[in-house]
Design a protein around this ligand. Structure first.
Ligand code: KG4
Ligand code: ZN
Length: 341
């Protein structure tokens, strides 16, 4: 089955062609980062309008790259939520219009299920069951995964998501959007041990997260340094490193707890923050101790992309799922509501 995947939940237009027999055939992405950067974050209306501009050229591009024609496509998968409603509607209406015109089925895919399954596109995919740490701009969740659609939420963030914390903290320190990669870049030149930040909610049992206090702690540290006349680049790097280490340690401690609680020793990390090298290294070290393994996607498939939507959609379409012609998207959509395959 050849599936066209469309991702438009936020500020990336992602399009891909996934074949159930031959794997990923083509994948293209247009990132709107430059468009939103001047505003310091995503402007939803601008995002929607830009998805409209990019979608059809990107579809033509992946078809050309894969050497395929419209008539070769068997089904279309699109992100139906969670995300920005206007942006989601662009992908959903495009998918439904093409599916109607080409007389093929269309299926709305859950964006976080897309992220969760993205490591399946790699050479050594994880086997079920496993614990997944989903860390994106909108979500921080620990999930027990027993199969596609068999998700048990173990814990999540009570306030900011991990990616959101990176983005907001970066903004407070005058760094560019998106903040995650910027903080990771500065942290490489940071002095270990100069600042010690808290590891929120690790001193009590449970698998919940809270990152908003860490953001305030960072702001206070940065303001105190500035008040003392120190706003050097080195200090910014040192604070970036302290913040990143606090987030990484907190996520690692909770992942270890989740693995112990479930008795599992395979961990999948997915979503934009799973591209973070310090996080990957910390989790790998912890999994060596637990005699388990950590799985993640290549960096381009950690952040938003069309390939993960084509893949996740393909699994569900193969099982016979598809939508009627109505265009439905959801800004909020708990992943546990998805049917099991
Ligand atoms: O999954 P994603 O592309 O979009 C959402 O579904 O939200 O995640 C984007 C988030 C942003 O908050 C971005 O700052 C963060 O992922 N991010 C990173 C890194 N790359 C992207 N955070 C930390 N380190 C990175 N290398
Ligand atoms: Zn995402």
């Amino acid at each position: 089955m050849l599936v066209l995947g469309l991702e438009t939940s936020c500020d990336e237009t992602g399009v891909a062609l996934y074949d159930s027999e031959h794997g990923l055939l083509a994948d293209a992405l247009f990132s709107q980062i430059d468009l939103h950067r001047v505003y310091g974050g995503v402007v939803p209306e601008l995002a929607s309008r830009d998805h409209v501009k990019r979608m059809l050229p990107l579809i033509r591009q992946v078809l050309a790259e894969a050497g395929k024609d419209n008539s070769d496509i068997d089904a279309i998968a699109y992100t139906a939520g969670p995300g920005l409603v206007g942006a989601l509607l662009v992908g959903a209406s495009c998918a439904q219009a093409l599916a109607f015109a080409w007389d093929i089925p269309a299926l709305g895919v859950h964006h976080m299920e897309g992220h969760l399954l993205a490591p399946m596109l790699e050479e050594q995919p994880p086997q079920f069951p496993f614990v997944a740490l989903l860390v994106s701009g909108g979500h921080t969740q620990l999930v027990r995964v027993d199969g596609i659609g068999q998700y048990q939420l173990l814990g999540e963030s009570l306030d900011d998501a991990a990616g959101e914390a990176f983005d907001k903290t970066a903004k407070l320190m005058g760094l560019q959007y998106p903040g995650g990669p910027e903080i990771a870049r500065l942290a490489l030149s940071g002095t270990p041990g100069r600042f010690k930040f808290p590891r929120p909610m690790t001193d009590r049992p449970g698998l919940e997260f809270s990152f908003s206090g860490l953001k305030t702690f960072t702001l206070n540290t940065w303001q105190q340094c500035q008040a003392a006349g120190d706003n050097s680049e080195q200090t910014r790097c040192d604070i970036a490193l302290a913040f990143q280490q606090a987030v990484v340690d907190t996520l690692t401690i909770k992942c270890k707890r989740a693995l112990k609680q479930t008795g599992l020793n395979n961990l999948v990390i997915a979503g934009g923050v799973s591209a973070n090298q310090a996080l990957r290294q910390s989790l790998e070290k912890m999994l060596i101790e637990l005699k388990g393994e950590v799985f993640y996607a290549r960096p381009a498939f950690c952040t938003d992309n069309g390939a993960m939507i084509a893949y996740a959609g393909c699994q569900r379409l193969l099982a016979g799922q598809h939508e009627d012609l109505s265009i439905k998207v959801q800004a909020r959509w708990p992943m546990e509501q998805l049917p099991a395959l």
